[in-house]
Design a protein around this ligand. Structure first.
Ligand code: C2E
Ligand code: CA
Length: 695
């Protein structure tokens, strides 16, 4: 009976010293539908295999062409083809079979006897070969597909430790296929030291029984050229048994460097990119003394307002348009191609001007950038203006780090802002000296805190209807060992720009809490005396305000109603909602909030009307202007009316004489503080004051 031809005929190469003498087995194979090729075992055997895509080799005789032992040919073939690629069978039994297996045969069949058994063994090896071909093909297809997306493939056998990297994987870190050995060390040994511990932890989770089934790791890996690439690695873990022992892990590696150094919204290089380029510029300059560079830092003045009034989509649109205008300005400047425009986040852009070696040239480039902001932006059909405040710094030989230069150009921007914004400020020596002075001052403030040189003075708040004391405002003073008693203006603005504002704030709150407990105890009243404490905008924005306040209330053992926090409306500029949220948390403790230095700014009124505040303090400027300016009196009246409508208290500050007091009362304020009643007092003076008032 003729067996139908094998559907996808596998090819068997039968090696026989005398190909003409075909064995029963070889004949049967043909009958079974396999394609059978013959070779005498001469040198061309090795060439037939790849040419004809042979699936299995069967040595029929112990010697081949010219009396050469078949095992020699077998050894030769095995050097090129592992068992999984090419099963090789030998007809041998007994010690010969053992020798053949040792030399690399996949299996042995008996030279005589039942050919059915031999056929079954051959069929088994051919099936195995087919499966392994299919698996390899699948893997190749997967590699091709994955590599088409630019990802590299890796596959790690956790039992043997063998790891495989695809060509693309190697390319991602600069190697060609033949260059890198495939060992775990080739990978993990190249990971940035700062990312090592995180990765090692992940790997130990992978290898632990019952660990995760997939992993995601983001780390930096050293490229052949010495730079680091950011990569995102995903892997699937194959586990076995009830314990979930990890056998194998395989996955893809994606290069995410570009994503990390470009801002997705504007498409511009980001801060990391800029800092890297700036550092390289500083280093390049060291070896090229005739080459110079400058940094321009640019803040979009109305960005926060546009975001809050028109929404974030308009804010984003503004940034995109600003980015393209900046690029245009930079391209039109001299040497435009060697300049780099970057977006640093929020409202901040920076430009690295390469090859610029005098300040005037840098200033001209900055002026071009500023001119781009001279015309309006069209955001969702609305025309808006967004000016730019710009700082410029030129390299100097003192710079070693990119951060130093960015710090200086940032200082220039702040200088420009302090003069009203929408202008260009150049970083120069006096500014540098000022920055050093500020640094020294902040160190001194720290020292002053350590040496207990700070103190709180208390200024009484008076009920206008009867002159009684309702409470106090606590005001910070510094008993400086050389400069005498300093008012906050002389140090607080500097502290605002450093982290010191938090310890100073905690100091004020803690002392005020202790003092008010003493005063309430000595001078009981209904309602009890309270103390108001100023909280700087930066303190409001720093996380943890409510928990700091709660701690202080608990430690001092006072009721939350003894404390009023005075909040300047500046706290709401920028991200007003975050500030409002932090204040709501404080309010939920039972602490009262007071809007300080109030004017009729829409933003302040918005938060007033949202019920955040329990009282409003009208600014000294407004109160004092009432004597000469009818408009000021109108504003004070409006504020009092708003407060009354909301059912909250209004206070006038800076009341220096009877006229101020009279006008404030007529405008509708219920409370006042100022030199007319008392200046800020030490605790003993406050006790004395209360004693006299109550006498
Ligand atoms: P502020 O909250 O507006 O405080 C009122 C300022 O007016 C105080 O100045 C006070 O001494 C002064 N003052 C009181 N009555 C009169 C008056 O009748 N006429 C005039 N011309 N001035 C009067 P001070 O103590 O120099 O405080 C300045 C600013 O420093 C305060 O302004 C407040 O914003 C801030 N500040 C004070 N203490 C602290 C504190 O502990 N923490 C924080 N973050 N800021 C504080
Ligand atoms: Ca105040």
């Amino acid at each position: 009976m003729r067996v139908p031809v094998h559907p996808d005929r596998q090819k068997i190469l039968v090696v026989n010293g005398d190909p003409a003498a075909r064995s029963a087995l070889s004949l049967a194979l043909g009958e079974l539908g396999y394609e059978v090729l013959h070779s005498s075992g001469s040198a061309d055997t090795a060439q037939i295999i790849p040419l004809q895509r042979v699936d299995l080799v069967l040595f029929e005789t112990p010697t081949v062409d010219g009396g050469r032992p078949a095992l020699d040919v077998l050894r030769l073939l095995r050097a090129t083809y592992p068992d999984s690629l090419l099963p090789i069978l030998i007809t041998a039994t007994g010690p010969d079979a053992i020798e053949a297996m040792r030399t690399g045969a996949s299996d042995c069949v008996a030279p005589t006897g039942d050919p059915q058994m031999a056929l079954a063994r051959l069929a088994f090896h051919l099936k195995r070969k087919k499966e392994s071909d299919e698996a390899r093909l699948r893997a190749q297809r997967f590699e091709l597909a994955a590599e088409a997306t630019g990802d590299g493939i890796w596959d790690w056998d956790l039992r043997s430790g063998a790891i495989h990297f695809s060509s693309r994987w190697k390319q991602l870190i600069g190697f060609d296929d033949t260059e890198l050995e495939c060992t775990p060390e080739d990978w993990f040994g190249r990971v940035h030291e700062e990312d090592q511990s995180r990765l090692q932890l992940l790997l130990s989770e992978v290898s632990s029984d019952g660990g995760p089934n997939e992993i995601l790791s983001q780390h930096r890996i050293r490229h052949k050229n010495g730079s680091y690439r950011h990569v995102e690695v995903r892997g699937q873990i194959q586990r076995e048994g009830a314990n979930g022992t990890a056998l194998r892990i395989a996955g893809v590696m994606k290069d995410t460097t570009a994503k990390r150094i470009y801002d997705p919204l504007t498409g511009l290089p980001n801060r990391t990119f800029l800092m890297d380029a700036l550092q390289k510029a500083i280093e390049y300059r060291e070896g090229h003394r005739r080459w110079g560079f400058a940094v321009v830092l640019l803040n979009l003045d109305q960005y926060a307002a546009i975001n809050s009034v028109f929404g974030h989509e308009s804010g984003d649109q503004l940034l995109i348009e600003a980015a393209s205008r900046l690029q245009r300005a930079v391209r039109s400047s001299e040497g435009g191609e060697s300049h780099l425009v970057a977006y640093l986040g929020s409202d901040e852009f920076a430009v690295l001007l390469g090859g610029v070696d005098d300040l005037r040239e840098a200033q001209e480039a900055a002026a071009k950038m500023q001119a781009e902001f001279g015309h309006s932006f069209l955001l969702e059909g609305t025309e808006v203006f967004a000016c730019a405040t710009i700082g410029v710094a030129l390299w100097h030989d003192g710079y070693r780090k990119a951060t130093e230069m960015l710090r200086d150009v940032d200082l220039a921007v702040r200088e420009a802002k302090s003069k009203g914004g929408s202008r260009i400020a150049l970083f120069d020596l006096p500014m540098q000296q000022e920055s050093i002075r500020r640094l020294e001052l902040s160190l001194e403030v720290q020292r002053g805190l350590d040496l207990d040189e700070f103190e709180i003075y208390y200024q009484p708040v008076i009920r206008l209807e009867n002159g009684s004391v309702a409470g106090f405002e606590g005001l910070l003073r510094w008993r400086h060992p050389e400069r005498g008693v300093l008012a906050p203006d002389q140090f607080l603005t500097h502290a605002e720009n450093t982290g010191l504002v938090i310890p100073l704030g905690v100091f004020s709150l803690r002392h005020a809490a202790v003092s008010i407990r003493q005063l309430q105890h000595r001078f009981p009243s209904d309602p009890p005396l309270y103390v108001g404490i100023n909280v700087s905008p930066r303190e409001v924005r720093q996380p943890g305000l409510a928990s700091r306040v709660e701690d202080i209330l608990n430690t001092a053992g006072i009721d939350a109603s003894a404390l009023v926090l005075e909040i300047n409306q500046r706290a709401f500029s920028g991200d007003g909602e975050t500030a409002a949220l932090a204040l709501h948390q404080v309010k939920s403790l039972g602490v009262r909030l007071r809007l300080d230095n109030a004017t009729i700014e829409p933003q302040a009124l918005r938060y007033l009307s949202r019920g955040l505040f329990d009282s409003v303090k009208i600014s000294r400027q407004l109160v004092q202007s009432m004597t000469t300016n009818e408009e000021a009196a109108d504003i004070v009246r409006t504020l009092c009316t708003v407060a009354k409508g909301l059912g909250i208290e209004s206070l006038a500050e800076g009341v220096e004489d009877q006229v101020h007091a009279q006008l404030a009362m007529e405008a509708g304020t219920m409370f006042a503080q100022g030199y007319l009643f008392a200046p800020p007092l030490t605790v003993p003076d406050a006790v004395e004051y209360l004693t006299q008032i109550r006498a």
